[in-house]
Write a protein that binds this ligand. Structure first.
Ligand SMILES: [Zn+2]
Length: 166
């Protein structure tokens, strides 16, 4: 299913934020766009959402929560997450210049059409414990985001084509 005017279904995510397109999901760095007042919660804040390419035979996948996902889509998420988390732990510390204390998974959603997505938000060792206050937009260096996307792509082996996982 595809929902018109849904940010998750329709939004053109600039390639500079795109890390990987799996068969049913996309993984990107949270968007930083000063003109739209959109910022990540942290350097390395990633977003995994179910979505199919517009040109794919089944159209785009719109799900409001996990109850709208098929068993195989849920299995896809479960298979992908450990690899993505391990890769974040591998890639982010040298770019941030600090170790990762934790990575939080959050699925809250305030967009109008409620397109299910998972936020993966690292808390670095230098950060104090802040609980849900961690989920506060902040400006991070654009060149660091570029570096995260580049290195995550390289380590995940996602350099252009869609992979079959997920
Ligand atoms: Zn949608």
């Amino acid at each position: 299913m595809y929902v018109k005017e849904c940010e998750g279904c329709e939004e053109k995510i600039d390639d500079k934020f795109r890390i990987c397109e799996y068969s049913g999901f996309i993984l990107n760095h949270a968007i930083q766009d000063k003109s739209k007042n959109r910022f990540p919660y942290e350097l390395g804040h990633l977003v995994l959402m179910p979505r199919k390419r517009k040109e794919s035979i089944n159209g785009l996948k719109h799900a409001t929560d996990t109850t709208n996902l098929t068993k195989s889509e849920l299995q896809g998420i479960c298979e992908l997450l450990p690899t993505i988390l391990d890769t974040m732990k591998d890639v982010l510390p040298s770019i941030k210049g600090d170790g990762i204390e934790r990575i939080y998974l959050a699925t809250f959603n305030e967009d109008e059409k409620w397109h299910f997505h998972i936020h993966l938000v690292p808390r670095y060792k230098c950060e104090p414990r802040r609980g849900t206050a961690l989920l506060t937009p902040r400006v991070v260096p654009d060149e660091d985001i570029d570096q995260v996307v580049k290195e995550m792509k390289r380590k995940l082996g996602c350099n252009s084509q869609i992979t079959n996982r997920g």
